[in-house]
Design a protein around this ligand. Structure first.
Ligand code: IMP
Length: 216
């Protein structure tokens, strides 16, 4: 079995996405780690030209650890819609354009689904993916992934969350992520594998089991 390394001390969160940053801070809060974001350190955003979520997560974590000399944790994530052959997937952020406006991205999802006649819930299956990478200055890396399956709602619902949250209704729930508080989106017992709900919380539960310890 691969050896895991404990994550302690000061850590860079290698993201400039405020929605992700807030969630990652919440998910890491119980573990007594000092967090600083890539934005706070003025680190540039590297080009994300990988072919997989895990590759893009590694690109971001490695760039941040090299620039800061600290361990860095990144998340690469997106929504994959079955009827759109997995789109927007790796390009979830790009669909929002340079202004990072998700109203047009959501409208595009709905238009593409309508073009394909995908109107019934079972034709609108989708999942979110989160790939988390921790990179250390000496080259050690750890990767953890989480997924959550559900459907694309007929129309956006709820003001909460970020990105595609208002159109994603996770299986077993009546509400979209946009209608849930952050805590509900993380899951009822989100520090654990069974209790985590969102893709990110599920990836964090894996990370926590391998690399994090709660302070005594
Ligand atoms: P990236 O990982 O920086 O390439 O961006 C991922 C994009 O996927 C975000 O900008 C969001 O559009 C979308 N995304 C990832 N996770 C979530 C989530 O938890 N809720 C809603 N949208 C998400």
């Amino acid at each position: 079995m691969a050896e895991h390394r404990l994550l302690t001390g000061k850590v860079v969160i290698a993201t400039h996405n405020q929605g992700k940053l807030r969630e990652m801070r919440e998910l890491l809060a119980p573990y007594g780690i000092e967090l600083v974001s890539a934005g706070e350190l003025g680190l540039p955003e590297p080009a994300e030209d990988g072919m997989m979520f895990s590759e893009n997560a590694a690109i971001k974590a490695v760039a941040a650890t090299k620039a800061s000399g600290l361990p860095a944790l990144s998340d690469d994530s997106g929504i994959c819609i079955d009827a759109l052959d997995g789109a927007p997937g790796l390009f979830s952020a790009n669909w929002a354009g340079p202004g990072k406006d998700f109203a047009p991205a959501i409208a595009r999802v709905q238009m593409e689904l309508a073009k394909r006649g995908a109107l019934a819930p079972d034709q609108r299956r989708a999942h979110f993916v989160s790939a988390l990478v921790i990179a250390w200055p000496d080259g050690h890396q750890e990767l953890f992934e989480g997924r959550v399956f559900g459907t694309v709602a007929e129309r956006p619902r709820g003001p909460a969350g970020f990105g595609y949250d208002p159109i994603f209704q996770p299986d077993g729930h009546e509400r979209t992520f946009g209608e849930m508080s952050n805590e509900e989106k993380h899951g009822t017992d989100w520090g654990t594998r069974d209790g985590a709900l969102s893709h990110r919380a599920r990836a964090f539960a894996e990370l926590a089991a391998a690399c994090l310890r709660k302070p005594a």
